[in-house]
Design a protein around this ligand. Structure first.
Ligand code: DQA
Length: 148
């Protein structure tokens, strides 16, 4: 059976393509989902692509991932810099976790330089635009393989 990878997106990423396009580009989150789904089919894995503006919902999805996912790609958006609760949830997940940021957070405001999620992430991709999601998916497959 093909492995399942969760791709989780945090607050405001539903506005991708409309929100600060000079920073985040003009692609929508639906475009990113389509590209990830195409790559997943090529690689032989399944994806669940999700977005929420609510911290608790993201935590519930991480708990769900414990039961069924081989790995997690996560762009926690602003929760990256604030959420001990998302870090704790990820610490309860056993598979590979890759943290993605569309922008290069290290070139931006100082408050974006610290990530709670990086204390758990096996890899971090920042500043590669929306391609970062596909790079992260490839990495999950490299580490976890494709078959459950
Ligand atoms: C982001 C960077 C965060 O600092 C910001 O709060 C976001 C998006 C990125 O993808 O570049 O909402 O995670």
């Amino acid at each position: 059976m093909a492995k399942l990878v969760y791709i989780l997106n945090g607050p405001n990423l539903n506005l991708l393509g409309k929100r600060q396009p000079h920073i985040y580009g003009s692609e929508t989150l639906a475009d990113v989902e389509r590209e990830c789904a195409a790559l997943a089919a090529e690689l032989g894995v399944k994806i669940r692509f999700l977005q929420s503006n609510t911290e608790g919902q993201i935590i519930d999805w991480i708990h769900q991932a414990r039961e069924e996912a081989a790995g997690i790609v996560i762009n926690p958006a602003a929760y990256t810099h604030t959420s001990v609760a998302i870090l704790d949830a990820l610490n309860a997940f056993d598979g590979p976790v890759i943290e993605v940021h569309i922008s290069n957070v290290h070139k931006r405001e100082a408050f974006r330089h610290h990530s709670y999620v990086s204390l758990r992430a096996d890899g971090v991709i920042a500043g590669c635009g929306t391609e970062g999601y596909r790079l992260a998916l490839r990495r999950i497959v490299t580490v976890a393989g494709t078959q459950a």
